[in-house]
Design a protein around this ligand. Structure first.
Ligand SMILES: Cc1cc2nc3c(=O)[nH]c(=O)nc-3n(C[C@H](O)[C@H](O)[C@H](O)COP(=O)(O)O)c2cc1C
Length: 207
């Protein structure tokens, strides 16, 4: 079987982690590498990853996450932060982002103009900078979960949290970063239930 499909078959949203089983530092680093290698629109990387293993921090976080036991039972919790402040087309970060490609000045300028046009006509009329950055964060989330699964590490993506509360617990400077999504990682305490999916023919159309 294709190794990625094998990992995707292994992955379930793990509701019950074994609190005694811990992920090694090397494995956490590898999973974070998967996030690091994830693509972002225009290559902006407007994000940050908080890898939390401290029991004290997880305990403080849990009530802000609907009191979900995954937060404290999991070995690690990765909080994915989006960085909406820097995606404003006039921000210095945008200039630096395109300059780092090492292209001729006029090509860099053309990229910045294209970016500005895209953001002003397609993105900002439809969503906030926070929502746009968060969409990219979910790509990293998927890669984190799949990479973890390839090592038979369980995950649970977590959107069930109160954003402002989580940001307060983690002392996030919300002028720069905002919580996009959370993922708990560890080892399942029992077998996962059968997977529920709509039939493939209901969700795919080949044209
Ligand atoms: C963005 C996102 C947020 C989620 N938030 C939670 C959550 O807060 N708590 C939880 O137990 N499961 C959460 N889930 C897990 C889903 O309920 C689960 O993925 C879905 O029921 C399908 O099951 P499976 O992942 O085991 O195939 C979330 C999933 C996604 C993708």
């Amino acid at each position: 079987m294709n190794p990625v499909i094998k990992a995707l078959n292994f992955r379930h949203a793990c509701k019950l982690f074994d609190p005694k089983k811990k992920i090694s530092k090397e494995q956490v680093d590898m999973i974070i590498t998967a996030a690091h290698l994830s693509p972002t629109s225009f290559g902006l990387e407007a994000w940050k990853f908080l890898a939390i293993s401290s029991d004290e921090v997880k305990k403080a976080l849990r009530p802000a996450c609907w009191n979900q036991p995954q937060i404290t039972d999991a070995s690690h919790v990765i909080v994915i932060l989006s960085r909406p402040e820097v995606v404003d087309p006039s921000h210095e970060y945008i200039k630096l982002n395109f300059e780092r490609r090492g292209l001729p000045e006029e090509v860099t300028k053309a990229y910045i103009d294209r970016y500005k046009h895209h953001m002003e006509t397609q993105v900002f009329p439809r969503m906030s900078a926070y929502a746009w950055c968060s969409k990219q964060c979910y790509i990293a989330l998927a890669n984190i979960m799949t990479t973890a699964a390839s090592e038979e590490i369980d995950t649970c993506p977590i959107e069930g949290f109160e954003k402002e509360w989580v940001e307060k617990v983690l002392n996030i400077d919300t002028n720069q970063y905002e919580v996009a999504v959370i993922v708990a990682l560890g080892y399942r305490a029992k077998e996962q239930p059968p997977r529920r999916r709509h039939p493939l023919e209901n969700i795919v159309e080949y044209r």
